[in-house]
Every structure is written in C-alpha cells, then in structure tokens.
Design a protein around this ligand. Sequence first.
Ligand code: NAP
Length: 466
Amino acid sequence: MTMMSTNPATGEVVARFASHSPAEVERRVARAAAAFVDWRALALRDRLAVIGRVADLLDARREEYAALMTLEMGKLLVAAREEVAKCAATCRWYVEHAERLLADEHVAVEGERAYVAYQPLGVLLAVMPWNFPFWQVLRFAAPNLAAGNVGLLKHASNVPQSALAIEQLFEDAGAPAGVFQSLLVSSDAVEGLLADPRIAAATLTGSEAAGRSVAAHAGRQLKKTVLELGGSDPFIVLASADVAAAARVAVTARTINNGQSCIAAKRFIVHEAVAEEFLQRFADGMAALHVGDPRDPATQVGPLVSAQQVAEVEQQVAHSVAAGAVLRVGGARLERPGFYYAPTVLADVPPHAAAYHEEVFGPVAMVVRVPDADAAVAVANGNRYGLGASVWTADLAEAERVALAIESGSVFVNAMVASDPRFPFGGVKASGYGRELGAWGLREFTNVKTVRIRARPAGTGVTHAE
Ligand code: NAP
C-alpha cells in the first residue's frame, strides 16, 4: 500500500511512501519491546535529558517542521510555528516537573515502609490524527517516555512525512533505538497490533468511530486505552456578556486550524437578549475573514484537509439548511484549486439539523437562541460530546454555576478553550475518556503500585475484608 502526502492548498500529491511490510512492522515491535527493558531502567534524569534535547531540536527546526505541517495538511504557517513552539514548551514542562510528579508517595504506616510507586507499563501504541500532526504526538510522547514507556506511533495515513520527521527527531535527540518509532500502516493493522502481547496499552486521538473500534479491540485484550475523540463544544453567551469581545473571540474559536480542531467552538448558544447583536457581529467577523494560501501571513483561514472533508461539510450544511437553519454567511465551497470552504454561519438551527448534533469539522458555526442560563446548559448538555466549553458573562457567580453544570472535560469563562501542559486534557461522553497533559497524562499509563515493606513478619491480624 502507498501512503500519500497531498497539499490541501493545491490538491497535488507531493510525496508517496510505501507502507511498512508485515516483516518491517514485526522488526519494529520487537525493537520497541527490547528497548523498553533498558529505557525503564534508565535514571529518570537521563530520560528527561532526551526529552530536553527534543525540545531544543523542536526550537531549532521550527521553520522546517512548520513548513512540513502546512504542506501536508494545510495549517496556517503562523499556526504551525506556534504548534512546534508549544510542543517544545510542553517537553520542557515535563523536564521540570516529572521528577516530582513521578516520585514515590510515602504513606505513614506503623512498622512499615509503605509507598505508592508509578511504574511504566511498556510499549504504547499511539494512533494519532492529522489535524495537529506534531502536537498530538508530542503531548503523548513527552510524558509517556518520561514515565519510562516506549512509543509506537501509527500516525494518520495522510501525514507520513510528519510521522517520519518525528521519528527522526527522537533519534537525533539521542533516544535509544526502539524508544520511539513510527509505523507506516493503515488503520487495518491496528487490531493486530492491539492483539500483540508485546504491546501493553494504546492511546487514540481521532474520531468517535475510530475510538469505538480501538476500545473494542483493546477491551478484548484487556488493554487499557485513553481516547481523545471528537467534540462539538458549546460557546455560551449570556445576557451580561461583553458581546463585542465574545463575538470577536467566537470567530477565532470557530475557525482555529481552519475549523478542524476538536476543541474549536462549534455550537454558539446565545441568550435571546443579546442574540441579534451577537449574530450581527459574529456574522460580520466570519464574512471578513481572508481565506487563502496557508503560507500567506495575511490568510486567516486556509484549506480543509481533503476533498472528502469539503464534501462532508457541504453535506452537513445542506442538510441543516434543508432542516430550516438560516444561512447568514458563506455556505459554499470556493471554486479554486485546493480544498477550500467559505466561513459559514447558520442561525436558528433546529435540533434535528446535522449541524446541531454532529461535529462539523470545518469553518461552520451554528447559532441558537435560548431564554436563560438554564436553557443554555440544557442545550449544551443535550449533545453526545463533552470535550470543552466556553461561557461568556459578566456575572461570575452565574459563570461558575454554569461551568460546573456543563458536562465537559474543561470549561473556560470569558475565554476560548485551549490546552495547557499544566492542566488535564480530555473529555466525557462520546468525547472519550482518560486524560493527557499535567500529572494525569504522566500517570495514565503507569502501574500505580502499592509497596508495603515490613522488617518483621506481620502477625495474621486478619480482617476478612479484602
Ligand atoms: P480518524 O479518521 O478517526 O483518524 C485518526 C486516527 O485513527 C488515524 O491514525 C486513523 O488512521 C486512525 N483510524 C481511523 N479509523 C480507525 C479504526 N477503525 N481503527 C483504528 N484506527 C483508526 O480522525 P481524523 O479525521 O484523522 O481526525 C479528526 C477527528 O479527531 C475529529 O473527530 C476530531 O475532533 C478528533 N480529534 C480529537 C482530539 C482530542 O484531543 N479529543 C484532538 C484532535 C482531533 P488512518 O489515517 O490510516 O485512517
């Protein structure tokens, strides 16, 4: 099988790679299993030295990696540079904090030395998406390699150049052979990999359908998974909000990464007292966006990743309009080479419309009006996903009440949702389970082990509870 790297700005295939043969996959899995033995035994400080060198190389190669992402999946060059910088900063966060966060936790028990130890599980399979080709991988790799695990990356099939560049990055940073490798395989190979006894656990960032498949196969093998899946994040604007600020940020929150971010705001739920003003400002902002070549610094929205993605967005918008949504801005693909779709605002979207209940992975916003904060929470929670949420209001007591009532992995008040290495990242409901980043991401794939050492044999002191 051949993997293709296609430039979404032009539609041209820019590189082709042969997939790894079964024999090559076997060599890599064996190398990973062997590497784990030494890597876990290495002092944490030495493992962190590798992560620190990864950060330095990311900084040194920022332009190269940014250009690669823009070429392969159409991200704005300016955003791609920020993505590489964020990867480096996250590596450094773990270099600074991993020792404290992975330290044994002692528990005072009479006559014992007792503690909880965090030990690595082994070889982790990471199935990753194309939309943040470096960030998704580094946010998995930095903490998990620090914890003593080793990584096998099955990247999305349309970003083979990024997959190979990241493998090379770890090698150049001095990671021992086998500690981080890419597998150029299609998603069909994942079931077999999950059944391989040398692979301990898996993490997947991607669609709900892929998550269900990986969780089912891993479940059959009793292997732990972390799933970071889709989202349809609510962006709630309440009556006392600074509407101008909310509308300005709403434009960025919907169109970030050309509208293809799991934590992009997708459903705009607005109090009826400010709905008309918000809609006007938001629609004007979306209409004014400059769509074009992702390398051009003047561009604000670049292409979607593929022709198929454009077709899907087109269908979701058509379905929503047919269902009664009012098209305020956009609503069509752009007739030019490459995979472009116009920034779009759909108002008064009814619950049975696709844009209301599905994730739209493109620069398309849906707006609904609600009579009060409780109704806003009900609409926010009346959705299968639960990744992030943003609430806009000047009333901070109301803000906190709404924030705690929303079913999501994070809530931001008077700000857009963003990930940060200091905080856990993940979702609930169909957005998945498990957490990345922070202490949580460092410990997800560890054996949290109870160790209780008595110098003298214990009496039976039996209790009949476990
Ligand atoms: P996708 O089609 O699910 O692909 C993601 C990865 O899963 C790719 O490596 C893909 O391989 C693989 N895959 C697909 N189907 C699979 C299956 N049945 N079994 C095993 N692996 C499978 O998702 P995408 O279109 O690339 O990414 C967009 C989705 O990711 C959106 O839903 C977005 O919200 C979500 N996302 C979530 C987060 C988060 O942190 N929660 C972050 C970013 C993106 P192939 O490429 O070879 O098919």
